[in-house]
Design a protein around this ligand. Structure first.
Ligand code: BG6
Length: 496
């Protein structure tokens, strides 16, 4: 988790593609403008066909489309553009282009090199083989693999083996950008630097935990990726299970990569595997159909991707999961994610148990359990909901209040570093604390594969839900069946 690094070379494979345009380049530009991407660094974007015009005009155009704030400062933009080169490069066979890339990288033998594979996993093997053949895998080189790593345990293993022939585990950085979010890192700080929470953090006091990543966007423009991937592989196998690990893991001996990753792995190994009937009962799978977002009609999944045939790909999943260990026995973890929901937010809600005994007859029916809410986006925020006496009323009148803990340190001039930049800088520094170990990826797939296999065997299509709603009724049912409720349905949205 290092902010200042030495000058480096970053090669983005798939450098003119979607991830690079939407996330990586805007993040790098903001880091450059804020002075955390050191001068002398070089950003090499590989592309099959190169660029038609100059790099600065292209950057200006993509920033206007993705991050309008980035294009405002002309001087910073042209200085940044001077760092960026686009290189034509095929990823299946070596040749002249690879000689060119090698010569460019060897011209700065002191620079750490980060090879960021922002390409489909099907190209990871050939790209890593070529990096090895051209000697671009030496000690100063690291490789970043974007999620999802493969589409099943089997394919993830094959990728890990293939990449492992060229790069050692200490050079391999499996990225999950949720781990780079400020609030996610804060979760570790909060849990392991305050006795207050840790003492209460178990099934003795906690009733259940909800983790939601809601998105209002659909999947337009992502046909190649999304169809056949779906929400379970795209969001649950990685982001949601990583959040679950950070919430549920035991305190690591040290806040270092190996200790953190070992503890997360133990959580994944303790996830109760779901089978047949349990999947039917505990997993809700759905796809959005035409609906309305903020009063405007919007199309369904099939229309967004121009599909002619109906598709079985899910855009919404809700799961009730259990962790089988001492700390969490009997505590359900409700995980949920979906596209085209009414709002965009990510939050973790820790719901505590009710008090064991209500000492006032009038309180009995009027007590809400305590809730601790960790909001990851759109803003970082923590809130604790508790019961207090109603001001100036008699002692039996209670009300629920929200104690807001503003975690953004407005006083400090600290540069706000977005998740991708944070993780790229950590890669340069060789710090793997916020990256996923191969064993974690494989155990997460093992758990998810059972669900996918069951869906495939059953042949049932996903349930429909209209765009602009909170998913199908069955997701609501998953909670009410247990006499619980999704936090957002209580109309108690956290106020910042
Ligand atoms: C990506 C998924 O990993 O995360 C996308 O592939 C999703 O489908 C995105 O939209 C969400 O990220 P964030 O940071 O915008 O919540």
């Amino acid at each position: 988790m290092s902010d200042m690094v030495e000058a480096f070379d970053l090669v983005i494979f798939g450098g003119t593609g979607d991830l690079s345009r939407r996330k990586l380049l805007p993040a790098l530009f903001s880091g450059f403008a804020a002075g955390v991407v050191p001068e002398g660094s070089r950003i090499l974007l590989t592309s099959r066909s190169g660029l038609e015009g100059p790099v600065d005009a292209w950057l200006k155009q993509i920033f206007a489309e993705t991050e309008p704030a980035c294009g405002q400062d002309e001087k910073a933009l042209s200085d940044f553009a001077a760092m960026v080169q686009v290189i034509e490069l095929g990823l299946v066979e070596g040749g002249k282009d690879w000689d060119n890339l090698t010569a460019i990288l060897n011209a700065e033998p002191e620079h750490p090199i980060v090879h960021f594979l922002a390409i489909p996993p099907a190209l990871f093997t050939s790209t890593c083989d070529l990096l090895g053949q051209y000697g671009l895998n030496g000690e100063r080189a690291r490789v970043v693999l974007e999620k999802p790593l493969g589409h099943s345990l089997k394919s993830a293993r094959a990728i890990n083996e293939d990449v492992g022939r060229t790069f050692g585990e200490e050079q391999t950085f499996r990225i999950d950008h949720y781990l780079g979010k400020e609030a996610v890192q804060n979760l570790l700080a909060l849990r392991f630097s305050n006795i207050l929470f840790e003492e209460l953090w178990s099934g003795r006091t906690i009733d259940h935990i909800q983790i939601t990543i809601a998105e209002n966007q659909g999947v337009k423009g992502r046909a190649g990726f999304y169809e056949g991937t779906g929400a379970l592989r795209d969001m649950v196998q990685n982001h949601l299970l990583q959040l679950l690990c950070l919430v549920a893991m035991e305190p690591p001996a040290r806040l270092e990569a190996d200790s953190i990753r070992e503890e997360k792995l133990k959580v994944l190994k303790s996830l109760k595997p779901l089978d047949g009937q349990e999947i039917e009962r505990n997993v809700v799978r759905a796809q959005y159909v035409a609906g309305a977002m903020q009063g405007e009609a919007v199309g369904g999944y099939a229309e967004d991707l121009n599909l002619e045939e109906p598709s079985n790909t899910e855009t919404f999943v809700a799961i009730k999961a259990h962790i089988e260990n001492w700390r969490w026995a009997g505590v359900p973890f409700y995980l949920r994610t979906g596209k085209r929901l009414p709002d965009r937010f990510a939050e973790i809600v820790i719901q505590f148990k009710n008090v064991p005994h209500s000492p006032h007859p009038a309180w009995g029916t009027n007590l809400s359990p305590n809730r601790f809410i960790i909001r990851l986006q759109p803003e970082d925020h923590l809130a604790l909901r508790m019961m207090v006496k109603n001001h100036s009323a008699k002692g039996e009148a209670l009300r629920e209040v929200e104690m807001n803990l503003d975690v953004v340190d407005a006083g400090a001039d600290a540069v706000r570093i977005g998740p991708y930049l944070r993780l790229i800088l950590d890669t340069v520094a060789g710090d793997q604390s916020l990256f996923v170990h191969r064993d974690e990826v494989e155990h997460a797939w093992r758990w998810v594969d059972r669900i996918i296999d069951h869906w495939q065997d059953s042949g049932e299509p996903p349930l429909p839900y209209p765009a602009g709603t909170w998913g199908p009724y069955e997701a609501h049912d998953l909670m009410t069946h247990d006499k619980r409720q999704w936090f957002h349905e209580m109309g108690k949205r956290v106020q910042k």
